[in-house]
Design a binder for this molecule. Structure first.
Ligand code: ADP
Ligand code: MG
Length: 149
């Protein structure tokens, strides 16, 4: 079941990044964040804010070509160990399973961000957060948060 939590309109990339930062601060029990929306909708921009907020340094490039990027976390209050950032646009569920998906999602010390989650929907665990990114105009995006339960 998909339950809408909130809808937010951002007026520029910085605001979308700030939204990602905010979510990282209030992550609670959430471990899987699905980022849905067309190309250029702001999924990677949001992820960059999220990663920065958890202290990840250096370039935060899109995992478009490598499919999955792993970031090791330093000491943190949530006891999180890794963030995995995936872009599954070009792959299928089976390919992601072969990257060690099962162990990654079963470990509660991991956080997973997935761009193009509909491509691997059958292997997304039931309890996750789902964000729909919608392109409104050049600088405006509508971001709807859903709880999957
Ligand atoms: P996706 O990962 O969904 O393909 P990206 O985050 O890579 O999208 O790209 C979004 C592009 O749109 C970036 O170039 C960004 O600067 C631009 N942009 C403009 N306005 C916004 C906004 N409100 N939110 C996010 N990105 C925006
Ligand atoms: Mg992207």
């Amino acid at each position: 079941m998909k339950k809408e939590i909130k809808k937010i309109i951002t007026k520029n990339a910085g605001e979308t990044m700030a939204l990602g930062k905010k979510l990282a601060k209030e992550i609670g029990e959430v471990r899987i964040i699905c980022l849905n929306g067309e190309l250029g909708a702001g999924k990677t921009t949001f992820s960059q804010g999220f990663l920065r907020s958890l202290g990840i340094k250096g370039a935060l490039t899109s995992p478009t070509f490598v499919v999955m990027k792993q970031y090791l976390l330093g000491k943190n209050i949530f006891n999180l160990k890794n963030i995995y950032h995936l872009d599954t646009y070009r792959v299928e569920s089976e390919d992601v399973i072969n990257l060690g998906w099962k162990e990654i999602v079963e470990n509660k010390n991991n956080i997973i961000l997935v761009e193009w989650p509909e491509k691997i929907e059958k292997i997304i665990p039931d309890k996750s957060l789902w964000l729909d990114f919608k392109w409104l105009d050049k600088d405006k995006r509508e971001i709807t948060f859903y709880e999957i339960c």
